[in-house]
Design a protein around this ligand. Structure first.
Ligand SMILES: Nc1ncnc2c1ncn2[C@@H]1O[C@H](COP(=O)(O)OP(=O)(O)OP(=O)(O)O)[C@@H](O)[C@H]1O
Ligand SMILES: [Mg+2]
Length: 254
């Protein structure tokens, strides 16, 4: 594997009496796409929330770029370069694409000694970022509420890359997207990874996992039930890991 970007070391999470994660250990390399698979309730979203600072683990450690790191909030994770990209939730729908892209990081220029927004400069940056990712948005001055889920996702992902993101987490990013938008989304993920960014994608669709991932990690009932290179496994083998068939088959009969 490439140099580890994030190492999870025996991460656990209890919700009251429920042991949602029972000691998760695996790592994510720079430029690596990891597909996180597992049945409903396996613990995938819980794990991703912990990585992104949205949830505190009960125990365990994380190393980010070789240093111990546990974000106490999503803002702290984001500042370190770890971000969850959602389809809708984090964009402001009532302002346009450019405003959303820069949100809090606007480019300014001096006008009569006073800092004002440099709209042309910002437009140029967004145009370049979207074009290089092959994303087509009818107009950068369109309010985000008029854009599709796939377009919103593309804006977020491009913003993440532009501002130096290092690890992006996607929890079922294509659940509401059509075939063509999903294909574009998968292409974009590969392109993001080529820039050295680590990607964790949760999906229930086996085909997507095999299309996009370098490595497949299976979570079953809060433990890692499989951690394999995509080209060294098969959808059938991964289904066995998800359902526990292999482990059950290996145990005593009856
Ligand atoms: N806020 C919470 N309070 C109590 N229990 C929770 C909470 N969130 C999740 N759980 C429980 O933790 C376990 C793991 O849930 P999680 O949402 O991480 O699963 P998941 O793998 O993302 O499932 P899905 O594929 O359905 O999204 C489940 O048993 C779930 O019921
Ligand atoms: Mg989930």
């Amino acid at each position: 594997m490439s140099e580890p970007l994030l190492v999870l070391d025996n991460v656990t999470k209890n919700y009251g009496a429920i042991e949602a994660l029972k000691g998760i250990s695996f790592s994510i390399g720079k430029g690596e796409v990891v597909a996180l698979l597992g049945d409903n309730g396996a613990g995938k979203s819980t794990l991703v929330k912990i990585i992104a600072g949205g949830l505190e683990p009960t125990s365990g450690r994380m190393l980010f770029e070789g240093k111990e790191f546990l974000a106490k909030s999503p803002a702290e994770a984001k500042a370190a370069g770890i971000e969850t990209v959602y389809q809708d939730l984090s964009l402001c729908t009532n302002v346009d694409v450019v405003a959303n892209f820069f949100m809090g990081r606007e480019i300014t220029r001096k006008f009569l000694g006073v800092p004002v927004l440099d709209e042309p400069a910002m437009e140029q940056v967004v145009e370049k970022a979207l074009a290089s990712a092959g994303t087509r948005i009818p107009s950068l001055r369109t309010n985000v509420e008029h854009l599709s889920g796939g377009q919103r996702q593309a804006i977020e992902l491009n913003r993440f890359v532009h501002f130096g993101g290092k690890l992006v987490l996607l929890d079922e990013p294509f659940a509401a997207l059509g075939v063509e938008q999903t294909r574009r989304g998968l292409d974009m993920i590969r392109q993001v990874a080529r820039q050295g960014i680590g990607v964790v994608i949760i999906t229930h669709i086996m085909q997507q996992a095999f299309q996009v991932a370098d490595r497949i990690v299976v979570i079953r009932q809060g433990v890692v039930a499989g951690d394999v290179a995509r080209n060294k496994t098969s959808p059938d083998a991964v289904i066995d890991m998800i359902t526990g068939e292999t482990l059950a088959g290996a145990g005593p009969a009856g």
